[in-house]
Design a protein around this ligand. Structure first.
Ligand code: UTP
Length: 301
């Protein structure tokens, strides 16, 4: 049993992002902004808050924008400097703190989330690590969701999977876990199923895109057959480990999660972050009121 602190965070960002076409024809889903920062930035901040110093991005050949975002932009920096725009310069000068490094690994074919995680094996090696799906944006005033999970993983040596209760009719959109019950925020997982129909779901506890995994997951992924949609599912590999008795805990994190992989989730996150922003709060309220008033008029026509 490994009980060390996670240092590495894997960001599988090689999906096709079809739900946001046509935008995602050229803009990776992870680069869609919430107010002024792309989704990937929020996930990276959460990983750094949890103590990670190595960020592993699993990308594909179309996703140069993600690498460019974390690279230096010499020309832009030079222009801002010459114009004396120091505030803006600070925003882009150091995309990552100096103790953090970014590593990019190409997933040549979109063979699923499990396969994307497996692509990180040479970089992660034999230590526990985190997986963050940036389209699940988690907002919390206190410690980030991943930090909460990393603390629990460090204390227990278990794999830790973020979960949230969902309405039963939504189970077919999620990985669903069953546990032996809950103590505080965590419960040991005894079953895990990918996207069950509501009538087959063992519970309504849905997996959210944050995981702390032990290195044994790589062996499990290597022996996982392609599942639904011809993809290698991370859920199947975790379920196999659970079946073999390897402890994985479901963790009800503190925070609000926005499913920014869907249109309404992205809109809701934008509203929430705008209302939480000192400068935007007033204008955002006014804009929303105007929209509601105008639509109210339209619906009476
Ligand atoms: P999703 O199921 O959200 O798929 O992937 P997607 O391609 O991003 O988006 P839609 O459904 O077509 O709109 C879950 C996560 O796994 C990554 C995605 O980038 C996303 O972060 N992923 C998925 C990969 O990195 N590689 C894959 O082969 C599949």
């Amino acid at each position: 049993m490994t009980t060390s602190r996670i240092r590495k965070a894997v960001f599988p960002v090689a999906g096709l992002g079809t739900r946001f076409l046509p935008a995602t024809k050229t803009v990776p889903k992870e680069m869609l902004p919430i107010v002024d920062r792309p989704l990937i930035q929020y996930a990276v901040d959460e990983a750094i808050d949890a103590g990670c110093d190595t960020l592993v991005f699993i990308t594909n050949r179309y996703k140069h924008a993600v690498a460019d975002y974390f690279d230096k932009a010499y020309e832009l920096e030079d222009r801002l400097e010459r114009r004396g725009k120091t505030e803006l310069l600070e925003l882009i000068r150091n995309p990552l703190p100096s103790h953090v490094r970014a590593v990019f690994v190409t997933q040549h074919e979109a063979l699923g989330l499990g396969h994307a995680v497996l692509c990180a094996k040479p970089v992660v090696g034999d230590e526990p690590f985190a997986v963050l799906l940036p389209d699940d944006l988690i907002w919390n005033r206190g410690p980030g969701a991943l930090r909460q999970m990393a603390d629990h993983a460090e204390q227990t040596g278990a794999g830790v999977i973020a979960v949230q209760d969902v309405p039963r009719e939504m189970t077919s959109s999620y990985g669903i876990v069953a546990t032996d019950g809950f103590e505080n925020r965590h419960g040991r997982i005894n079953a895990m199923v990918e996207k069950p129909r509501p009538e087959d779901a063992p519970s309504t506890l849905a997996v959210v895109g944050r995981y702390v995994l032990q290195p044994g997951i790589f062996d499990a992924l290597e022996s996982t057959q392609r599942g639904s949609g011809g993809e290698i599912q991370l859920t199947d590999a975790i379920a196999a480990m659970v079946a073999q008795g390897t402890r994985h805990d479901a963790y009800r994190f503190q925070g609000t999660r926005f499913d920014c992989g869907t249109h309404i989730g992205l809109i809701e996150a934008t509203i929430r972050f705008a209302l939480d922003n000192e400068k935007l709060n007033g204008p955002a309220r006014e804009a929303m009121q105007r929209a509601l008033d105008e639509l109210g008029v339209a619906s009476n026509d």
